[in-house]
Design a protein around this ligand. Structure first.
Ligand code: AMP
Length: 112
């Protein structure tokens, strides 16, 4: 079980900013910007690479939740980044699919 599953199950606390039937969004414990929120499906999927066509509607809901989170956190107008890390080279450390919503400062590209 991942630490994100334990957050979904309310076994450990999180600073939740958005929730619906399928999605949970909470602040990253180690933020890289003033706004850094993780958007996750409540149903466990390891990452984008391991998702299936049957998950496509859920993937769309995750992206829509990122848009809502950006509005709730006040960065919809100033700009922000949505990123998902996949596997070893992608830098994924928690193996429960999550989208990072990062904003509140000028972001650089490429991220390195
Ligand atoms: P990734 O490297 O894409 O797998 O990102 C995992 C993210 O989860 C990192 O940015 C961590 O800071 C974050 N994280 C790990 N544990 C927690 C937690 N208990 N609550 C909130 N964020 C967490």
């Amino acid at each position: 079980m991942t630490i994100f599953q334990r957050i979904i199950d309310r076994e450990i606390p999180a600073d939740i900013v958005y929730e619906d039937d399928d999605v949970l969004a909470f602040r990253d414990v180690n933020p890289v910007a003033p706004v850094h929120v993780l958007v996750i499906p409540k149903r466990a999927i390891v990452n984008l690479a391991s998702s299936a066509p049957a998950d496509d509607a859920l993937l769309g809901r995750l992206l829509a939740a990122c848009r809502t989170v950006a509005q709730l956190c006040g960065v919809a107008e100033t700009g922000y980044r949505v990123v998902t890390n996949i596997g070893g080279d992608g830098g994924q450390s928690v193996f429960h699919l999550h989208l990072h919503v990062i904003g509140g400062r000028q972001l650089r590209w490429p991220p390195g």
